[in-house]
Design a protein around this ligand. Sequence first.
Ligand code: ADP
Ligand code: MG
Length: 661
Amino acid sequence: MELKDVKGIGSKSLGLLNKLNVYTIEDLVTYYPVRYDVLRRSDLDNLDSDMKIIIDGKVESIPLVIRIKAGLNKMNFRLASNDRIFGVSIFNRAFLKQHLGIGTNVIVIGKYDKVKNIITASDIKLGSLGNTPKIEPVYHLTTGLTNKNISTFINMALMEVGKNIMDYIPDYLVEKYKFATKRMALNIIHNPSDIEKLKEAKIRLKYEELFEFMFKINYLKKENTKQDGLSRKILKKDITSISKILPFSLTNSQKEVIEEIREDLNSSKRMNRLLQGDVGSGKTIVSIIAMYMNNLSGYQSALMVPTEILARQHYNNIKNLLGDRVKVELLTGSISKKDKTRIYEELESGEISIVVGTHALIQSDVKYHNLGLVVTDEQHRFGVNQRENLKNKGISPDVLYMSATPIPRTYAMTIYGDMEVSTIKELPKGRQEVTTLVKNNKEITEVLNLMYEELKLGHQIYVIAPLIEENDSSNLTSVNELKDKMNLAFGKKYKIDLVHGKMPSNSKDEIMNKFSQGEVDILISTTVIEVGIDVKNASMMVIFDANRFGLSTLHQLRGRVGRGDIKSTCILISEQDTKRLEILKTTSDGFKLSEEDFKLRGSGDLFGTKQSGDMSFKIADIREDYKILLQANKDSLEFLNKASITNLKLRDTLINKIKQQ
Ligand code: ADP
Ligand code: MG
């Protein structure tokens, strides 16, 4: 049965559901509430004016609808609740009238005016509250679909095909943990009647999600170890020759990880390695040397990054270093069609040795001559599936993932469980620690003064605009307002520019390039200012609404300054939560900070971005549900390796699902 066959879902609703990323019945029934409202009967003896109240009772008078003007009507009726009578008014719900016959039980939610004894209702529901609180699921909506619509669709689907919804937990584990059936758990999650049962259902569904996820990680790991890779004969002295042309000498840590990579490349086992290193630890050069080694052996290399800006930066770096020796090209979405065609041809013929790009690298029309090494930077942005996709491009390329998002060791073991991990443990010498200050809005003049001091020295500044929602149009207003303010303060003498996520990427690029050339003094940006950007002359970063970010994210942002030898400052502006922010003053160790984030669990966002590839779980929360994750890891590994005959089918289903993705 398909989504469109569910009773009540017409073509219009179907379109709207698609907007919410709901395409199948399975998507629909696992479209979990974002939260629950608990409706508890207000204490009738202690009602005050302007209080939000929730009461239930019986309709006492036939509702009267008054048309105020076109598009605005008001309905009034009397409500009897516990021997008391209240007046109830509600706007624009005339359509409810037919359901509100005298004696009907209703729940009224609204504001109470004590003097007039009238409740101005925001919502009226049929039914009564009973003695236990009523729990109402609240869904993430889109215009045109109400909470009620979604709830109805889900319940209709559960009723019609609930039994056939695939359960990804093998029976023996369902039994072992005394889990409810999937159908029951889904029923409860969408129609909870009792907090305890809801908790249990949640655990079951979280476990299932994590089981499936860890099954995938474990499966990929197993597949990886099966695969033979390319073997090469790269000598130590090959590295020395390239090291000589670098403008700096490599740190010991960099040398160590380069050795690990060299061994991997030489071995006939396929490399599948994660290169971790704090911001500024110098991962890029390691990857460039890895690509150089690969090219020495006659294979092509591809470097994939999440944004155009970053792609261009890496491209320029590589071109500067290796441009004389090998052919390097940039392939991104905004490259002209003509150039694209040429690059495709040259990739296929093998003329290009190194290609740097965004997603464009994994589009199906890109064919390689002999792709031997794939590097992905800021790899946490790519999902497991994209990782796989890229691998399939070559015969059997080695893969190096780079991430600056420090992940507590225990996590890395699970999430990146399918890889080996190398860590750059030290920063290049001569790096100055970034001074971190926490300020509130009242101290803004002081902040502007500090900025001015920096500008006078010819240095550049990043300003991170208040974060609302990347898709929220009010965000644009707020960054524009900020730009006006900055212009007012500095506009006469300094050049100020703005980048935000809604800009076409070539304009973003243009501004970023101007900033890196020093033609822009203050760069205001929403969070599009990507991890990885390297502008040495930028010595100050001012972050508004800093409390909205996790410590790790702030640390990443802070890592944009202090990249050269200029003394740098990061100013965190926040009205609240300053205690947490102060932690950033005490350490510049990204790993420590991610552990702090983890402990605090508050708004801390371990992975920098919610959408980060693999981490977008529907119900599980990798921090909160860590114990479940560990258990799911263990169970899924066991299931993968020795499933009993009765479960073979499920195992195949899971594997097929991975292959299809
Ligand atoms: P990240 O690990 O955050 O990606 P990058 O690779 O961008 O860091 O390196 C940060 C800066 O440090 C770059 O400007 C790079 O040229 C420089 N760098 C890298 N390695 C060294 C080193 N061994 N000594 C001095 N500077 C270095
Ligand atoms: Mg980087």
